[in-house]
Write a protein that binds this ligand. Structure first.
Ligand code: HPA
Length: 236
């Protein structure tokens, strides 16, 4: 048996998974960080692999961009394949002046303009999508041990990359650090099923300085983020 968007058989996917948006990043992680990696899906060119990191079974699955795509993959991974720990590994844009390109961010919470919260809870509840505390506290300790400077806080998950209406000043005033497009969907889906989730992000561009990381720098920072996610994945 497989699921509508995944060709894996039950048992092909590990309980712990890394979720990049980009299929080529999934391939990069499988080839450079995992041993004995086997590809289990390429439906829609979203690639999934299972291998080992330091002897522990780990999968990596690309999810595409945006909340709807993330929610499809997270839902099926948890419900059909029994995945219990999910780490988004991706990029975000800095909004707050304290956040610089190259920083690693651990998303404690994900504010969102998406209708998913309203669709699930109705108008009277503004559900707060949160990181799992065990994964978050373990990632904070691992970042210190690995000498990877990591900031922890609220981010905003937006539905539009090209969003002229976004009120950056207000979000920053309320402590929101950065913007991306998937974490609120991941945290809300994990909450629905009682699974654990954490977004580990690197800052690829800045709304404050208008800097954008080059492809080489992005790769170096990407590798730090993957190491942090994997070290956290095998211990928590
Ligand atoms: N906006 C939305 N999502 C993003 C950005 C951004 O600037 N950078 C990386 N993901």
């Amino acid at each position: 048996m497989s699921s509508p968007h995944n060709a894996a058989e039950i048992g092909d996917i590990a309980e712990t998974i890394l979720l990049p948006g980009d299929p080529l990043r999934a391939k990069h992680i499988a080839e450079n960080f995992l041993t004995d990696a086997v590809q289990y899906t390429s439906i829609r060119n979203n690639f999934g692999f299972t291998g080992k990191y330091k002897g522990n079974p780990i999968s990596v699955q690309s999810t595409g961009m945006g909340i709807p795509s993330m929610c499809i993959y997270a839902h099926e991974l948890i419900e059909t394949y029994g995945v219990r720990k999910l780490f988004r590994v991706g990029t975000c844009g800095a909004m707050h002046a304290d956040v610089k390109v190259r920083d690693v961010l651990l998303a404690q919470g994900a504010t969102t303009d998406s209708s998913i919260i309203r669709n699930i809870f109705g108008a009277s509840i503004n559900f707060a999508p949160l990181a799992n505390f065990d994964l978050l506290s373990s990632a904070v300790k691992n970042a210190a041990r690995l000498n990877i400077p990591a900031k922890v806080g609220n981010i905003v998950t937006v539905d539009r990359f090209y969003d002229e209406e976004i009120d950056q000043a207000k979000l920053v005033k309320y402590g929101v650090l950065a913007v991306e497009m998937e974490t609120a969907g991941l945290y809300t889906t994990a909450a629905e099923f009682g699974a654990k989730a954490l977004s580990v992000l690197t800052v690829s561009d800045s709304f404050v300085t208008h800097e954008v990381l080059s492809a080489e720098e992005r790769e170096k920072n990407f590798n730090d983020m993957i190491e942090l996610a994997l070290e956290t994945a095998i211990e928590s």
